[in-house]
Design a protein around this ligand. Structure first.
Ligand SMILES: [Mn+2]
Length: 290
């Protein structure tokens, strides 16, 4: 395994010598998880909720952390360079974690696809992989991928959905002609459109769903479940016997997926966690005064 110590604008060998702009907090007793998954951070854009992610990283710890793609937004950076200190602080914290012995696996997404060429390499203690298989504490094998690999399918199916719509309109017309004929022959009304509508609607809904497509891929690969990012929608559900998880994002939802020591999975909504903590802190002086 090769080791890279410098990537375009981040000097990985020198990072340890510098201190983050926002000092690291470890006085709060970090919550321990077996595994943490985060994705779609979009560092290098104004949309990234960097302070919230810093707060998250300072309050949790894990044996393994997966960075499930779109961590750095290379597309936006190429257009306009935007890299505030807080964004550097996140890279610093992730590298620090690796240095302290946590396993850090980075699966680049489409916005940071530039890193995909380094798949199989390790830089600064961070393993770069195209996809990974994670085994949970309760023995389930989960495929970890960003999810943009299904864009071609979901996009063509969006087109297919339009075809489905056109087909439905055609079926409606056919239904009218069909029943005109049946009436002429003295036959009772039979709704072709009702049957077709149900079939087409189900089919279109099935193929259009990112979650279903990802779950189907997992089933084809013979694993028990799949963990993805990309669609900025956190979620966990079972689809045809496959455990589907999405860790969400740090642009809109500010969510992470975590695995507890026993293999139980949970989605953390960090904005809610901060709000709850602040409510608690507000209540403390009142308690002391009482
Ligand atoms: Mn993406």
């Amino acid at each position: 395994m090769g080791t890279i110590t410098r990537f375009p604008f981040i000097d990985l060998s020198g990072f340890a010598a510098v201190e983050p702009a926002i000092p690291e907090r470890d006085d709060c007793g970090r919550r321990q998880y077996r595994t943490i998954w985060i994705s779609d951070v979009h560092l290098g854009t104004r949309g990234c909720n960097a302070e919230m992610l810093i707060d998250f990283l300072d309050h949790v710890d894990s044996e393994t952390i997966y960075l499930v793609g779109d961590i750095i937004d290379g597309w936006q950076l190429r257009k306009r360079f935007y890299w505030p200190a807080a964004h550097n602080d996140i890279v610093w914290r992730l590298l620090k974690r690796a240095k302290r012995g946590a396993r850090v696996v980075y699966i680049p997404g489409n916005h940071d696809e530039i890193f995909r060429q380094f798949s199989g390499l390790n830089f600064g203690g961070v393993e770069i992989k195209r996809q990974a298989i994670h085994t949970t504490a309760d023995g389930r094998r989960l495929l970890v991928l960003h999810g943009d690999e299904f864009d071609a399918i979901t996009l063509s199916h969006r087109w297919l959905a339009h075809v489905g719509d056109a087909a439905y309109t055609a079926v409606m017309a056919l239904n009218r002609w069909c029943n005109r004929y049946r009436r002429w022959r003295g036959l009772p009304y039979w709704s072709l459109s009702k049957h077709a509508k149900q079939k087409v609607k189900n089919a279109v809904e099935f193929v259009c769903g990112f979650e279903e497509i990802v779950a189907r891929e997992a089933a084809a690969r013979g694993v028990d479940g799949v963990i993805a990012g990309h669609i900025h929608t956190a979620g966990m559900r079972t689809i045809d016997g496959i455990d589907y998880y999405n860790d969400g994002d740090w642009v809109e939802g500010c969510t992470a997926l975590v695995e507890h020591g026993d293999g139980r999975m949970e989605i953390l909504h960090w904005a809610d966690e901060i709000a709850a903590r602040e409510r608690q802190q507000d209540a403390l002086p009142a308690l002391a005064a009482a």
